[in-house]
Design a protein. Structure first.
Length: 148
């Protein structure tokens, strides 16, 4: 019997896959537990439509990430922090601080997408990476300055 998987099943496949399974396995386990549905013409059309919508959404996310990357290209971001003697910071500059500084400039980026290779604990220029999308990653310069 052909079924369309409604959930990821480790030994069988991923959501949206069309698989051939034993009739009893489908009728007694997969369908009652809502892990699969029969692969008739109507259900196949619904699955194809969902795949089409998912593809369109992924294309839009990639386009949005590329647009943000173009905005950030060759930009230096200034972050102000409390500084002690010798240019050492009280604490460090976090991804949240960087996200807030970007938001002030009108660019909203989730702090979880910002990657700092080593803690920023001194005044000066530092390179950080921002992973906007699995296919789009950009590097920007952070200029840490003393707070007035």
């Amino acid at each position: 019997m052909k079924v369309i998987l409604l959930a990821d099943i480790k030994s069988l496949g991923k959501r949206g896959d069309i698989k051939e399974v034993a009739d009893g396995y489908a009728r007694n386990y997969l369908i009652p537990k809502r892990l699969a549905q029969s692969a008739d013409k109507g259900n196949l059309n619904i699955v194809e439509h969902e795949k089409f919508l998912k593809t369109k959404a992924e294309e839009k996310q990639l386009a949005d990430a590329t647009a943000v990357a173009e905005k950030l290209d060759n930009r230096t971001l200034i972050v102000k922090a409390n500084v002690g003697e010798g240019g050492k910071l009280f604490g460090s500059v976090t991804t949240g601080d960087i996200s807030s500084a970007l938001a002030e400039q009108g660019i909203n980026i989730d702090k979880r997408k910002i990657e700092i290779s080593e803690p920023i604990k001194s005044v000066g220029s530092h390179q950080i990476a921002i992973k906007l999308h699995p296919q789009v990653q950009i590097s920007i310069t952070i200029e840490v300055k003393p707070q007035d």
